[in-house]
Design a binder for this molecule. Structure first.
Ligand SMILES: [Zn+2]
Length: 107
């Protein structure tokens, strides 16, 4: 359950902020419920946001990575922006993988 009094106070504050319009109580109330309900909770990482974990996968720039491995962070093909495809079809610059595996020091 939520703290009804705090929601009421918050809804009232929103109502005053908006210039005390009439007929908007319900929207203010639901907005206040969301704000009060989310207080005191730890910030949750949105599900599906894997960019943080991918960047800490342990691959250093220059490490050999399999073509097409997502999230390596290096060698994204500039021709197709990593999609592997261009308007004409498969991207010839990267062979359709979207990734250019760059050798170290040009062996
Ligand atoms: Zn490409």
């Amino acid at each position: 359950m939520q703290d009804d009094r705090r929601v009421r106070e918050r809804a009232h504050a929103i109502w005053e902020q908006e210039g005390r319009p009439e007929g908007r109580e319900q929207q203010h109330w639901s907005q206040a419920e969301q704000e009060v309900g989310s207080e005191g909770q730890p910030p949750a990482t949105p599900p599906g946001d894997t960019s943080a974990s991918l960047s800490q996968a342990g691959l250093n720039p220059g490490d050999e990575a399999a073509p097409g491995t997502p999230g390596t962070g290096d060698g994204i093909c500039p021709e197709c922006q990593g999609t592997g495809r261009v308007a004409k079809g498969a991207c010839g610059n990267c062979g359709g993988t979207g990734i250019i595996v760059q050798g170290i020091a040009g062996g």
